[in-house]
Design a protein around this ligand. Structure first.
Ligand code: GMT
Length: 374
């Protein structure tokens, strides 16, 4: 895609969550093409690991005034967007996650309109903003309004588009632009390093990464692992942190698995562990896309997942791995054992399936959208 170089405001969560990862990776890729990318959020995005003349980070700082029982982040964010659009002469704001980014962007847009500045807003919906928060009546009017007053709205899967249209009274089209992956050359080196460190002999390595929230069903991960271990010599690496970590650690202790499960916490470069894996588990209750599964597949790691939400759009049964109903831990363990015994075939299938989400393909879709919006 050719066109003028754009000045883009990228707004998202700076954390390990998928929406923040997508916003950051997209911004870095756009900067590599020469576009100026301005990240606007409350702390340095964790995946922002590149120094570039085309990237700036604008921190949103909420003052700790005693009157504020709930610090008004959304207002400060809107003010920061106004400031950055004005000063950096941005062409477009791309906001990831409806709450509070899309609603704050609407306010910024209106303030700027008063000054004769027209800033288009692209909103990308990521999942929990629709599937969990969207069901909560206390957010619904704001999410609906923010969607309907964005210039363009994208969802990361067909499933999320359908959920959005089902839960909200949408007045504008929701366009599907899937998440993407950048294929890495260092895969073989990482695999060797990781396996040298973590496995012995023909042991298999299984990995799960997430925010360990209830929606990820990490106790299912533990139970699937326990069942696999009855037939296959293997270890499990649990990457991430969150509310269910303690329960999963307890499960490992009670089932004599402490020596074979590594809880490694949040990791900035998960690829270095993922590349060493023989299998990735994602038995989530709900998953709009499953970026973590795609990250594994791109490194040649097959995936066993639930068949919820957007996962069937990413993980292909019998090719890149296997899918079962949510909670079917026996089914997931059986598929895992089969895949571990036919790793080479599934590894190739995983890589090939992931190639549909290669970064340049998806980047062009976003750029097209930006050029149509300005
Ligand atoms: O998975 C999470 O709980 C984090 C959440 C987020 O918003 O950061 O992830 C959502 O967005 C990701 C990126 O688009 C998707 O890959 C995840 O599937 C989606 N999570 C859920 O729908 C639960």
């Amino acid at each position: 895609m050719t066109g003028k170089l754009l000045r883009i405001g990228m707004v998202g969560y700076p954390t390990f969550g998928g929406s923040g990862v997508v916003a950051t990776e997209l911004g870095m890729a756009l900067a590599e093409l020469g576009h100026s990318v301005h990240f606007i959020t409350y702390s340095q995005p964790v995946r922002l690991n590149k120094v570039s003349k085309n990237i700036r980070f604008h921190e949103v700082n909420v003052s700790d005034y005693p009157l504020f029982v709930y610090p008004p982040y959304e207002l400060v964010l809107a003010s920061k967007m106004v400031d950055v659009v004005r000063y950096e002469q941005l062409d477009i704001l791309h906001v990831h996650y409806a709450i509070p980014h899309a609603s704050a962007a609407y306010m910024a847009k209106k303030i700027l309109q008063d000054e004769g500045i027209n800033i288009p807003v692209v909103t990308t919906l990521h999942g929990t903003d629709i599937t969990l928060l969207g069901k909560d009546d206390s957010f619904k009017p704001v999410i609906t309004f923010a969607i309907n007053h964005s210039n363009r709205v994208t969802a990361v899967s067909q499933s999320l588009k359908e959920d959005t249209e089902r839960f909200f009274d949408t007045k504008i089209p929701i366009e599907v632009i899937p998440n993407f992956i950048q294929f890495r050359d260092q895969c073989d080196i990482w695999r060797k390093q990781c396996r040298n460190e973590l496995v012995v002999g023909d042991e298999k390595l299984i990995v799960h990464t997430s925010n360990f929230r209830p929606v990820k069903r990490i106790l299912d991960v533990m139970e699937i692992f326990r069942l696999i271990r009855e037939q296959v010599n293997c270890k499990l690496v649990m990457v991430g942190d969150g509310p269910d970590r303690y329960r999963a650690e307890q499960f490992a202790r009670e089932n004599g698995l402490s020596e074979s499960v590594y809880f490694v916490g949040n990791v900035k470069e998960p690829e270095e562990i993922l590349a060493g894996a023989d299998l990735f588990l994602l038995p989530s209750e709900s998953e709009s896309f499953g970026l973590a599964a795609l990250e594994a597949m791109a490194l040649g790691v097959p995936v066993v997942s639930s068949n919820t939400g957007g996962l069937p759009e990413v993980n292909k049964e019998g090719i890149s791995g296997g899918l079962c109903e949510v909670g079917d831990v026996r089914g997931m363990a059986d598929k895992s054992i089969h895949i571990l015994r036919h790793f080479a075939q599934f590894s190739q299938g995983a890589r090939e399936t992931a190639s549909r989400f290669d970064l340049p393909i998806v980047l062009n879709q976003y750029l097209n959208l930006y050029y149509q919006s300005i």
